[in-house]
Design a binder for this molecule. Structure first.
Ligand SMILES: [Fe+2]
Ligand SMILES: [Fe+2]
Ligand SMILES: [Fe+2]
Length: 416
C-alpha cells in the first residue's frame, strides 16, 4: 500500500497554497478549473489537458519565496515578476512538471508581449494569464467585460471562447457556488503519478518552503538524510525507511504559512512570534491529516514533542512516542544545530553531539538514538554532506537564474 495516494499529493499541494494567504484560497484550483473548461471547449487533447491542469493549479507556487501577494491580486501595473520567476524555477528545477513550465514564467504577461517571447507554448501561457485575471476580477468584484477587452491583454480567441461558454454566467456561477469543486475532485481521481512523481512533487513543496529563507535551505534535506541514516542503523525495512523519508520531508511544511520576517528574525523571538513559529507543527498536522498514513503523520507532526512531556503541540510523553517519532525529532534537532540560523552560527559536529547528549540526559530525547548517532556520526555525515552539497548547488543555481531572468531586458521594461 502506498504511504500516500496520488490524488492526496495534489490535495496537499493545493491545501498548502491555500495557507499562504487567505485571499489566495483556492485561486490555483479555480484557475485550473477555468482552464479545463476552456480547453474542453476548444478540443484540447486529454494528455495536454491534465498537464495544463497541474501547471494552472501550481502557477502561483513561487509566491512562497516572495511577499508579493498584494501585488499579484491587484490590477495595477505593479511588479509581479518575482513570484512568476520563482514559480517557473521551482517547477523546472525541482518538479516533474518541467514540460512547458515556462508558461508559469509568463503568466502575468500581456498577450501582445507574450507573442514576442520564445515561450514554449504561448497558448497555455495565455490561457493561464486569462483565467488568472478572470478569477482575480471575480474575487475583487471588478467588471469582467472591461477586463477581458483591454487592448492587447488577452488572446482574442480564448476570450471569445470564454464569453461563449459563460453566456448565461454559467462558469462564474459554478465558481461562486463552488460546484466546480466536484469536477476538480473527479479529475484528481484520474491523476496517476507513480512513485517518482509523487516524491518529486512533495520534494518540490518541501524544498520551495525551505528556500523561503537562506537559513532553512538545507534544513529538510539534512533532516531527511539523518533520519534515513539513523533508520538504517536500526535496520528498518525499506517500507519503514520510506515512511521516515516522507515524514522528515514533510515535517516543516507548516512553515509555508509563517511570515518570512519571523523565519529570518535576528535574535530571539518575542512571545507572540514564538507562538506563531510553534504553530508550524499544527499546520503541518492539519495539512497532512487524512492524506497520509497515520504513523507517518505522527512522525512528521511530533518532531517538537519531548519524552518528558515538555514539548509541543500535544505535550506527549515517552509512552506515546514511537521509534520513528523519536528519530525524526532528533534528526530535526541535529539539522538545526548543524546549520546556520538567523540567531546563531553553525555548530561543529562535536558541539552538536554534546548538546543532544545533554538533552538525552535531561530526558528530552531518546538516549539510545543519541548514542547510535554519536557512534556512527562519521558515516552518517558523509551521506548528509553529499545531499546538502547537491541542494546547495541547486539553490545557488536557482538564485543565479533568478538574477538572469530578472535582468532580461523585457523583465524590466514590461508592465503587467
Ligand atoms: Fe500570479
Ligand atoms: Fe519544526
Ligand atoms: Fe524542522
Amino acid at each position: 500500500m502506498n504511504i500516500i495516494k496520488d490524488q492526496d499529493v495534489i490535495i496537499i499541494l493545493k491545501t498548502m497554497l491555500n495557507r499562504l494567504d487567505d485571499r489566495l484560497v483556492d485561486h490555483g484550483e479555480r484557475v485550473a478549473y477555468l482552464c479545463l473548461e476552456l480547453m474542453r471547449y476548444m478540443n484540447v487533447s486529454e494528455e495536454e489537458y491534465l498537464h495544463v491542469a497541474k501547471l494552472a493549479l501550481l502557477h502561483d507556487i513561487g509566491a512562497y519565496k516572495t511577499e508579493e501577494v498584494d501585488a499579484l491580486l491587484s490590477f495595477e501595473s505593479e511588479d509581479v515578476w518575482e513570484h512568476a520567476i520563482y514559480g517557473y524555477l521551482f517547477l523546472t528545477k525541482m518538479s516533474p512538471l518541467k514540460k512547458n513550465a515556462d508558461c508559469v514564467l509568463y503568466h502575468h504577461m500581456s498577450y501582445e508581449r507574450l507573442m514576442e517571447t520564445d515561450c514554449s507554448n504561448k497558448k497555455i501561457a495565455a490561457l493561464i494569464h486569462l483565467c488568472d485575471r478572470i478569477d482575480v476580477s471575480i474575487k475583487r468584484g471588478a467588471s469582467l467585460p472591461s477586463i477581458l477587452h483591454q487592448e492587447g491583454q488577452f488572446d482574442p480567441i480564448q476570450v471569445k471562447a470564454f464569453e461563449e461558454l459563460n453566456h448565461d454566467n454559467r462558469l462564474i456561477q459554478r465558481l461562486e457556488n463552488k460546484s466546480y469543486q466536484d469536477k476538480m475532485n473527479d479529475l484528481y481521481q484520474t491523476i496517476y503519478l507513480g512513485e517518482d512523481e509523487r516524491k518529486g512533487y512533495l520534494e518540490m513543496l518541501a524544498y520551495s518552503i525551505d528556500f523561503r529563507s537562506e537559513f532553512t535551505v538545507l534544513h529538510t534535506i539534512t533532516t531527511t538524510a539523518i533520519a534515513i541514516e539513523l533508520g538504517k542503523q536500526y535496520q528498518l525495512s525499506s517500507e519503514e525507511l520510506d515512511k521516515l523519508f516522507y515524514a522528515a520531508l514533510l515535517h516543516d511544511i507548516g512553515k509555508g504559512a509563517i511570515p518570512i520576517s519571523i523565519l529570518e528574525k535576528q535574535g530571539k523571538l518575542n512571545d507572540e512570534e514564538t507562538k506563531w513559529m510553534q504553530r508550524h507543527v499544527s499546520i503541518t498536522e492539519e495539512i497532512l491529516n487524512g492524506y497520509i498514513q497515520t504513523d507517518v503523520l505522527h512522525m512528521a507532526a511530533r518532531h517538537h514533542e519531548k519524552l518528558d512531556g515538555s514539548g509541543y503541540p500535544h505535550q506527549l510523553t515517552d509512552k506515546e512516542l514511537t521509534l520513528g517519532d523519536r528519530i525524526v525529532a532528533i534528526a530535526d534537532i541535529l539539522s538545526a544545530l548543524l546549520g546556520k540560523r538567523s540567531y546563531k552560527e553553525k555548530f561543529s559536529i562535536t558541539k552538536a553531539i554534546s548538546i543532544i547528549e545533554e538533552m538525552a540526559e535531561n530526558e528530552k530525547i531518546d538516549r539510545e538514538i543519541v548514542r547510535v548517532f554519536a557512534d556512527h556520526h562519521e558515516d552518517i555525515m558523509i551521506q548528509v554532506e553529499q545531499n546538502t552539497k547537491k541542494m546547495n548547488q541547486l539553490y545557488g543555481d536557482m538564485l543565479e537564474h533568478y538574477q538572469e531572468l530578472k535582468t532580461m531586458y523585457w523583465m524590466n521594461s514590461v508592465k503587467v
